[in-house]
Design a protein. Structure first.
Length: 171
C-alpha cells in the first residue's frame, strides 16, 4: 500500500507502508500529539496486551504449544538469551524492544537493514532457536501469524522477562 503526502502545493510524495511506519515511529518518539481534544494526526502502532485475543490466533504450531514464559523463569530466560546469536538475536532484540507490537516482515527488514534479505531469511533465522526452546521447557518466546506478510510479536510480560535476561547476560 502506498501513502501520498502533500508536502506543498503541487508537491506530493508517495511512500510505501514500511517507510510510512518508520516516519510515524520517529514522529511519535519525538512527542507528536494532537492539539487540544483532537486526536493525533496519525495513529500509534497497535500494541497487544498480554490478554489480547490475537495471541490465541497465532500460526505458531507445535513450537508454540508448551508452557508460556512467566514469573519464575528468570534463569531460564537468561540461559535462553545467552544461547541466541546472529540473526536470531537481532530478531529477539527487536521483539524485546517492541513489547506487544506485531512486526511485519517488511517492518523487520526496515528496522534491521542489511540483515534480512527476504521473508524466508527471517523465518529461517528462528530455526536455530529450536534447541534452546526444547532445553528451556517452554514455548518459543514470540508468536507469529501467517499472512501476505507474516507478523511476529512478543507478549509484553515475556518481553520484560527477556529484557531483564538481556541485562543480566550483559548483551
Amino acid at each position: 500500500m502506498a501513502f501520498r503526502l502533500e508536502i506543498a502545493p503541487s508537491v506530493t510524495l508517495a511512500i510505501d507502508e514500511p517507510i510510512a511506519q518508520g516516519l510515524l515511529d520517529q514522529l511519535l518518539a519525538q512527542g507528536l500529539r494532537g492539539s487540544g481534544s483532537s486526536p493525533p494526526m496519525v495513529s500509534a502502532p497497535e500494541v497487544l496486551a498480554d490478554d489480547h485475543a490475537l495471541w490465541n490466533d497465532h500460526s505458531g504450531g507445535s513450537g508454540h504449544s508448551s508452557q508460556e514464559w512467566g514469573l519464575g523463569d528468570e534463569e531460564r530466560a537468561e540461559v535462553f538469551y545467552a544461547g541466541v546469536s546472529g540473526k536470531a538475536k537481532v530478531l529477539l532484540d527487536l521483539f524485546i524492544d517492541r513489547p506487544g507490537r506485531r512486526l511485519s516482515t517488511d517492518e523487520i527488514r526496515r528496522l534491521a537493514p542489511n540483515v534480512f534479505g527476504s521473508d524466508h531469511s527471517i523465518a529461517g533465522s528462528l530455526n536455530g532457536l529450536r534447541k534452546l526452546k526444547e532445553a528451556s521447557g517452554r514455548r518459543y518466546p514470540f508468536y507469529w501469524w501467517k499472512g501476505t506478510r507474516a507478523r511476529y510479536a512478543m507478549k509484553p510480560s515475556v518481553a520484560a522477562l527477556f529484557e531483564q535476561a538481556r541485562t543480566c547476560v550483559g548483551a
